[in-house]
Design a binder for this molecule. Sequence first.
Ligand SMILES: Cc1cc2nc3c(=O)[nH]c(=O)nc-3n(C[C@H](O)[C@H](O)[C@H](O)COP(=O)(O)O)c2cc1C
Length: 458
Amino acid sequence: MSSDDLRSFIHLLEQADQLARISTLVDPYLELAGIVDRVSKGAGRGRGLLFETVQGTAMPVAANLFGSLERVGWALGTTDLEETAHRFAADLLATGEVDGECALRILSGKEEWQPTIGNNPVCRTVNHSRQGLRVLPLVTAWPGDGGPYLTMAQTYSRPPDGGALNCGMYRIQIHDSHTATMRCRSGSGAARHLAAWHARGVAMPVAVALGGPPILNWAAAASLPGDVEEAAFCGYLRGRPLSLSNCQSCDLQVPASAEVVIEGVIEPGATRSEGPFGNHTGSYDVETVAPVLKVLSVHAREGAICPWTLVGPPPMENIQLARATAGLFLPLVRMSLPTLRSLHLPAEGMFHRAALVTVDPDEKRPLKEVARLLWGTSLLKGARLLVIGAADHDPRDPSAVFWRVLNRTDWQRDLLIENSQMAIDARRLPSGEPVHCDPGVLAKVYARWHEYGLDGDD
Ligand SMILES: Cc1cc2nc3c(=O)[nH]c(=O)nc-3n(C[C@H](O)[C@H](O)[C@H](O)COP(=O)(O)O)c2cc1C
């Protein structure tokens, strides 16, 4: 059963000997991240970490909780992610829809998965509004970072016409007690909402939640169609609706069991410089401008814990979150392209920025059509590279893919670049017959192998 809040998830990890408590006083400026970096790369058995005493704050910090695929599974309420993916695929088919995203809308729109909504949540037990963001651990990860960041926050927003509630994971830089910047990429749910509010000249209400059911941390980072609410989808996945609570200042809802809830607004035209930020690419995102979040209130649970994730050169826990998403969302890709035979998402591409696929031999549609179908899925919409191979490819073997691509493609004909995304058509089979050893000779060579004096050289 999936955990209902961060602390029960931490407890679950502890019971399974997958959590290390660090009681030594730790500096949130670089030291904390230095520890998480080593543990992400295997030190300390890669366990989740609970920093109990962090300089400058009374709030402990939890990190690397999702540092293995198994633990992401636990957050989703399963010990068998493959079984969950099969169930999801079967439920999508059972909707009778041929379009994957329509099927997903039907599935998560069911009454039984809609969150319950209350008004007196435990997440508003303590009012920190005067201290504002200063109550939080101010964690700076890398020496060149522009300041402290919240990296494992769920940001909630809604379009001005009252459409679906979006929950996204975007980095939030803390500037002072009541000012932060939120960097949401164009195309993200929050960026779309922001554009709609600001087109009306109105400030956008935002709620940021830290903690709550850990399944929401995964969902916030997974890319769902804009009108599918993460909270309802999580209800479906875990087989039990979530409990949300109304915000005080606006029509937004946050997990009732969150550790911390920040309410604020982003006023039209309010921007300030953000970054640099050490990113998963291995280099710093340069300083740029980002929307300013003006903080109106900060509430917390008694003894609140701040979840935080280190972003930087892989492997880190974001890879495990993305790996779980890729496994679960595969059926949606299959529904868009039924001739898909196999799909491999290499870790180097963060499981959604590159896809190596094979299709059935009778898939004769041109590259443009096949690529657009794949880019049309929420899993692969951001894929910078698609390699579409013939059925005789093993897409999990990078060396074989490279070999085939280099030998079977003509860049004039088989390459498509659209909006900074590239697709390679490697389906074309060579005109000549495949080269194989004569079977009779092969049998003879095997039979006489010991006579050649080559035994033991394999
Ligand atoms: C650790 C981590 C940090 C992320 N930081 C950002 C970010 O700063 N800005 C952003 O737009 N997306 C970021 N993402 C990716 C988004 O969370 C992801 O695209 C998600 O689908 C956004 O939700 P949305 O589709 O509802 O907009 C991050 C993902 C992870 C796992």
